[in-house]
Design a protein around this ligand. Structure first.
Ligand code: SAH
Ligand code: SF4
Ligand code: F3S
Length: 478
């Protein structure tokens, strides 16, 4: 059965299609654009929408910075460091612009939205500034900039979801794909800049999501991640005219996921990110019911202290979070759980920090993304609270949680020794061309020898785990 849908010739011809915008003949397109992305997966997904819009307007894509007429950088504002990285990259673009007259530089994404036209004053080489909801106007803005004007559009929208735009998969392995299901965020976590850079939350038309996923599956993709800042609050009310004689039809996240999972049992479905306050039993039950909905939840904790959580405006307590973890383990016993954690938030004490370590241990995370608090201009926390935890204490606390997470990751992997997993092969191992690399349902990376394995990227194999490190499971196909 697997052989039929993973037919190699079909996959390869489809890939060719996906990469058409990179056509070799320089005369095929009026101009070439290069696009580099920073930040979260949503930003990477947006770059694929941008590529599609530009391609539709007659521009060709290039992976070679030197031959680009238009250089775009899709930016992130989440922490100060993220913005510094972008500014450094811009100074490198300046050199290219000097060397090639007529090259235009455009800033996209969250930093463009945060700084708006101030960007043009601060970074003289920038010609175009476009916020996340204004990408449809890019071709017009490029034209303006070609005429020698600086071009800016940072209008946020309450409706824009780019639902009708088929993203061009820019850096694809042909197996994994990300599909945006909503935009913006209505949560006001006090540390977070996203509500300001991405605007109000809105859900994308469910039909357009299903169609995009079905198309990806038919092109050979086997692992789809549904993306949103807060996927559990997905709620799309369709104008039911064609569906149900004018009645309105609402789709919840649980229903959406079920519909995507029903495309084929060979299609794996993942999602990111869940806010602990919003993930429902419905979602957990749907996950438990469908083998191909991956048993993995990214459930950002941020802090384990109820007092700090309150200042962060996360709307849950440490007990409530722990109960959520219990509930997940009850309904989906083999579920992988990961987290985001911030140390050194305003007023954080040693006791608060100890509370964070405690919830980490309780949850037994497989993986965590850990950050030092970085004050962001304009956020609630920046306006209300003092960033008063000294740098050396922030660093010390970060080291402590990183060390604990390393222990937890190793422990979690050791529990998998001797177990068998269904693994989707994603490609060659980075370490050795003799090994395949894939992931199990719980999102863990598994490496195993190619020898004797009659399968490749996009295909499933059963792997028994024989060894592990804190980051990787190592095994053999059985
Ligand atoms: N929407 C997602 C997270 C988006 S940002 C969610 O709610 O979980 C990804 C992570 O960056 C956050 O979970 C948080 O841990 C971290 N982060 C956000 N703002 C930050 C700040 N000002 N300083 C440090 N880390 C931050
Ligand atoms: Fe930021 Fe909170 Fe929204 Fe996540 S849920 S994007 S942390 S405001
Ligand atoms: Fe960064 Fe914007 Fe994503 S701030 S994390 S790119 S939503």
């Amino acid at each position: 059965m697997f052989d039929v849908v993973t037919d190699k010739t079909q996959d390869e011809s489809r890939q060719g299609e996906a990469f058409a915008p990179f056509a070799q003949d320089p005369n095929t397109y009026k101009k070439r654009f290069y696009i580099e992305s920073y930040g979260c997966q949503m930003n990477f997904a947006d770059s694929e929408v941008v590529a599609s819009i530009l391609h539709g307007a007659g521009f060709g894509a290039t992976r070679n910075l030197e031959e680009a007429d238009l250089i775009f950088i899709n930016t992130c504002s989440i922490r100060e460091k993220a913005e510094q990285t972008v500014r450094k990259r811009l100074t490198e673009f300046r050199k290219l612009k000097m060397a090639r007259k007529g090259t235009l530089v455009g800033v996209l994404g969250c930093m463009a939205e945060r700084l708006k036209s101030k960007f043009l004053e601060e970074e003289k080489l920038v010609d175009i500034v476009v916020g996340p909801d204004a990408y449809r106007t890019l071709p017009g803005l490029v034209e303006e900039a070609e005429g020698g004007q600086k071009a800016v559009n940072v209008l946020l929208s309450r409706e824009e979801t780019y639902a009708d735009i088929a993203p061009i998969r820019l850096e694809s392995n042909g197996v994994n794909a990300f599909v945006s299901i909503m935009r913006g965020c209505n949560n006001m976590c006090s540390f977070c800049v996203v509500p300001f850079t991405r605007g109000r939350e809105r859900s994308r038309d469910a039909e357009s999501i299903i169609n995009e996923c079905r198309d990806l599956f038919e092109r050979g993709f086997r692992d789809i991640t549904l993306l949103g800042q807060n996927v559990d609050s997905y709620y799309y009310v369709a104008d039911g005219n064609q569906v149900d004689h004018g009645a309105q039809v609402a789709v919840t996240f649980a229903e959406l996921m079920e519909r995507v999972a029903s495309i084929s049992p060979l299609l794996r479905v993942r999602f990111s990110t869940s806010h602990p306050k919003d993930i429902t039993d419905d979602v957990l039950h749907v996950m438990a019911r469908h083998e191909n909905i991956c048993k993995y939840i990214h459930l950002p904790l941020q802090s384990g202290s109820t007092r700090v959580l309150q200042l962060m405006n996360r709307t849950y307590t440490r007990e409530w979070y722990k109960a959520k973890v219990d509930r997940i383990r009850e309904i989906i016993p083999d579920c992988g759980i990961s987290s985001d954690i911030i140390v050194g938030f305003c007023t954080e004490t040693d006791e608060d920090h100890a509370d964070t370590l405690d919830v980490m241990r309780y949850s037994g995370y497989d993986l965590s993304y850990m950050f030092i608090y970085s004050e962001r201009p304009g956020t609630l926390a920046a306006r209300r609270y003092k960033d008063d935890v000294p740098d050396d204490i922030k660093k010390k606390r970060l080291t402590e949680i990183v060390n604990l997470q390393n222990e937890l990751s190793l422990l979690s992997n050791q529990k998998d020794l001797g177990k068998e997993f269904r693994v989707l092969i994603e490609g060659e191992s980075k370490r050795s061309e003799l090994d395949w690399m894939g992931r199990n349902s719980q999102n863990k990376v598994i490496v195993f020898p190619k020898e004797g394995v009659n399968a490749g990227p996009g295909e499933y194999v059963n792997v028994k785990v024989t060894e592990c490190t804190k980051a990787t499971l190592i095994g053999k196909v059985i």
